[in-house]
Design a protein around this ligand. Structure first.
Ligand code: TA6
Length: 308
């Protein structure tokens, strides 16, 4: 997008002390949402939230120091939008992993300064001819981003066809942590999960989750809020959700991170994905003319009592 198009975005959707558009790396269009609660940046490609930093807090999301800003590829970090399928396509390995949304252009359709000083930005996926071969359904998808003391991200699927449409999806959130081996995650105790590292073996979570190697788990049939306990940063990150029956927990660890090529040498040590999703058995059927909303609500709580 060139500077006159960015000027047009600022004229139509910019809001002083709330929303401003600028050109980022590789001419990516970046929306900066800055209010007295927090600062968020997102790129129009993929409607990808990149950063979230509440006032007086450390960054909450992880973006790889080796992240690449390439057209048609999601950036390593922030909150990639996986839609209308999660993971590899169920029947066609040629189709892109995690669907079409995260690598496609979205447009801004609304920006609002809310009464409590928060800010909302609404984006919509721009339909293009090549999508039809990948996803031959009449659906419209929007992302609603609300920035206040917490960050709320809503992925809204509208079924505009006369038939039910099945989707799987995730808000694939990368969290910034002090060190992966010093954090734990509560909220999924007793929950059934599919362990993708051991070839899909089912298991039941015992107690809090700790990470000491490659971890790639889809927790099923759970609406639970997760909490990342991070004594190194003296904080707890709360990941609440609605419209989601799956939670994905992922850290690639050394070997997988090296294979990915955009996580640097030890980037995996300062990230943990806790993804609000509907995946595997939790596929969603959206009735004709209806909408489905997957929401993740991220907030941070200081924990000055915790010590490493
Ligand atoms: O959500 C976990 C996962 O499905 C992992 O299996 C891994 O593939 C990760 O997503 C990242 O996928 P990406 O295509 O962004 O490299």
């Amino acid at each position: 997008m060139n500077s006159s198009e960015i000027d047009s975005l600022n004229r139509r959707f910019g809001i002083p002390n709330h929303v401003h558009f600028s050109e980022g790396p590789s001419a990516f269009v970046i929306a900066e949402i800055n209010n007295f609660h927090a600062r968020v940046t997102l790129c129009l490609q993929g409607a990808q939230v990149l950063t979230f930093q509440p006032i007086n807090q450390e960054p909450v999301l992880y973006v790889s120091k080796s992240a690449r800003y390439v057209g048609g590829k999601s950036v390593r970090g922030g909150i990639p939008v996986c839609w209308p399928w999660f993971g590899p396509h169920a029947s066609d390995a040629q189709k892109p992993a995690h669907g079409i949304a995260r690598s496609s252009m979205w447009s801004i359709i609304e920006t609002v300064a809310l009464n409590d000083g928060a800010t909302r930005v609404v984006l919509e996926l721009v339909p293009v001819p090549e999508h039809r071969a990948l996803w031959p359904h009449e659906t419209r998808v929007q992302l609603h981003v609300s920035v206040g003391p917490s960050l709320t991200v809503e992925l809204v699927t509208h079924n505009e066809s006369a038939q039910p449409v099945q989707i799987s999806e995730a808000l694939h959130t990368y969290f910034h942590v002090s060190d992966i081996e010093s954090v734990s995650v509560s909220g999924l105790d007793g929950c059934k999960y599919v362990d993708k590292v051991t070839g899909g073996a089912p298991a039941i979570q015992q107690q809090a989750i700790t990470i000491h190697g490659e971890t790639d788990r889809v927790y099923l049939n759970t609406a639970a809020e997760c909490v990342i306990h991070d004594p190194g940063l003296h904080r707890r990150i709360h990941v609440a959700k609605t419209g989601s029956r799956s939670t994905v927990v992922w850290n690639p660890w050394t070997e997988k991170a090296l294979k990915l090529g955009d996580m640097g040498d030890n980037g995996f040590r300062s990230m943990l994905c806790i993804e609000s999703a509907n995946a595997l058995d939790d596929i969603v059927s959206v009735a004709p003319g209806k909408e489905h909303r997957l929401t993740t609500i991220i907030s941070v709580e200081r924990d000055n009592d915790s010590a490493l």
